[in-house]
Design a protein. Sequence first.
Length: 57
Amino acid sequence: PTVANNAKNRFIVTQLFEKGIFDIKDSINLVADKLNISKHTVYLYIRQRKQGEDENE
C-alpha cells in the first residue's frame, strides 16, 4: 500500500525540522517547491510538530 502524499510530506517536513534544516534561510520555500506544496503547508506541519513537542513535555 502506498502512503498518502499528505502523510509522506508531513513526515518529510517533520524529519527536516528535527535536523534543523529550517534554520537555513529560504529553506521553507525550497522544501515547499520540492514537495510541490505551499510554504503555508510547510509552516502548518512545523507548527503541528511544535505543538506535539509541547504536549509531550
